[in-house]
Design a protein around this ligand. Sequence first.
Ligand code: E4P
Length: 214
Amino acid sequence: MQIFLDTANIEEIRQAAELGVIDGVTTNPSLIAKEKRDFIATIREICEIVDGPISAEVISLNADEMVAEGRKLAEIHENVVVKVPFTRDGLKATYALSQDDIDVNMTLIFSPNQALLAAKAGARYISPFAGRLDDIGQDGIAIASQCQDIISSYDYDTEIIAASIRHTQHVFLCAQEGIDIATIPFKVLLQMMKHPLTDIGIEQFLNDWKNANK
Ligand code: E4P
């Protein structure tokens, strides 16, 4: 499974990239706004740190404007993936951008039928939001998995990105379900590394070593 980092924070991206476990980065307007930095400069800097797909989202809601915005974003760097929200205009824009060989990540996907339409319109990536589905009492990972099953059954050049990942159990379930990609916050990446028995084991090894070498 590929792991993307779901953040626009340069320091987090730098630290995660050093670990060699990050395959790409996703941002959204909320994550960009949180950093209070220039959007284009931030995306460019992320592309210099991580050599993989970097999602940058359009903010227009009209198809023609999404396409114009998407084309500009795609000019920042060859690894930029244009993130487009799932709407009727978003589908139209996705189709147009994909016809120009611009990779699109269709975002705000909440059902397998939306995922099917996104794939047919040419989306290179499709992002079902697991955590937000959990928030309304649905099983977010199960729905992401249904999206994955449908896309994998056909010959689409499309990968599923499980998004809105909130905790380590989400990541484990994505891997167990064979979901292509999980995009995870830095905090969840740190939590994935932790196990109390690892800490106890290190302490014990070091104590035994010290006692034997007194
Ligand atoms: C990533 O593509 C999404 O924008 C992100 O995972 C949304 O996460 P949230 O539901 O925690 O805001």
